[in-house]
Write a protein that binds this ligand. Sequence first.
Ligand code: MG
Length: 548
Amino acid sequence: MLDLWYKHSVIYCVDVEVYMDGNGDGIGDFEGLMQRLDYIAGLGVNCIWLMPFYPTPNCDNGYDVTDYYSVDPRLGTLGNFVEFTRQANHHGIRVIVDLVVNHTSTEHPWFKAACQDKNSKYRDFYVWADEKPEDAKEGIIFPGYQETTWTYNEIAEAYYFHRFYEHQADLNIGNPEVREELYRIMGFWLQLGVCGFRVDAAPFLIELKGIEHSADITDPYEYLQEMRNFLSWRQGDAIILAEANVPMEDIPQYFGDGDRMQMLFNFMVNQHLILALARESAEPLVAGLKALPPIPKMGQWAQFVKNHDEMSLDKLSESEQEEILTRFQQDKEQVWIYERGIRRRYPPLVGNDPRRIRLAYSLMFTLPGTPVLYYGEEIGMGDNLELEERHALRTPMQWSSEPNGGFSTASPDQLIWPVITEGEYGYEQLNVMAQRRDPNSLLNWMERAIWMLKECPEIGWGTWEIIEADNPAVFAHCCHWKQGTVLLLHNFSEQPCTINLKQRLVNSDQHLIDLLGDRPYEPLKLNSCSIELEGYGYRWLRVGKNQQ
Ligand code: MG
């Protein structure tokens, strides 16, 4: 049975390794995560996306897998995993898992077998060349940290292709046996209770680089269709949420007619949202939204403020990137990475200003699509720029003011990654427990916003339109579904204002009701299209019928 649950959901991204350590060895694990399911359910989240938890040498935060059919022993066992998915389901939470099949670790037994024996069936699992291709320096994903996309392997006596780091050899998706293995992997985890996959690096997964002449398929997008068919035949409510930061003209290929990926992260809107927040003007966001292609009914955007990677700004011009760094007062030397993004969480970009933090997340919740929260965002966690590359923003979850932020009972030098200890983002100041006790905390706000979002199915399910307002700092939009309409207003500027909507939204027998806002709730005048907003303010309003 097809089920469009993802249209009206809140997804929460968890990195098991740094979320909660249940056995006191300094590494987060499934046991710890299970202890925190009540907390996650309490937020109102109804889908957990698990970042890679497979056996790994861990050279790229688990995105270098050595066994797709197992759990990293540091994090638990398959038994723990099944117990976790079952308990999550009991909490009304579905689980999706990261599917990292563009490449394997070079430590994977397949790669080792492929290197050792040219006649091994695994040789053709990877992409090889006898001579180093001339374009080996093109398309590098991690400039500054990666020199080439082709590396010589002494044992194999050949060059292997790796779109990412050299310890991540690309799989040959042109090989039908590789695709069969991929479906076997998907089938395995579906059987263990997951409800779909977040597909890592989707555009590279389907690229035919290095195998242009040997692949048995000419349209790589057909793979997406194949994957989706397999998924839906096995389990009708399972979804694929794809990471595809691609040009807008390629997007329709990923959604197909609703028969390929159900969800894509909306990188276009994310980057324009960041520019809008930096510039304090709604115009970039409007431009980003207007650039989106139409998507099929079954399709859905995944909206986010900050994910686990660098805040990529690759869809903006160089001057816009510079503008963001300047307006957010960031030291480019320290924060700029891979020639495209900022390796920080969001609150440090806005000086921890609670108004600007709530503004960003209010937008994330109400923009057309389904919101995705990265763990720690709900309490406004900061980052640690002393850690290399993207690890800056992957520090352990801060639960309480106890040692190690309550993340682990191990001694601090045994932690997999250090907890943030200093300043306003240090765990003694900023943690779940403290925010639980404070009615004005970000955590309490997040819970309220998520619960209110649940009462607004128009946002996830409905159609949307941008409403013209007479102030360029204000973004106004409406979502309609069935008989319901909600009006969402966001003021990007520090200046309070009164806006006049140019479009008539309310008939004579209707009025506006405040659902969520940053100001006292008061009855709005009947038929009023003139609405007050605080500086960095937001209001969620429902168009309601007058009582007869
Ligand atoms: Mg542990």
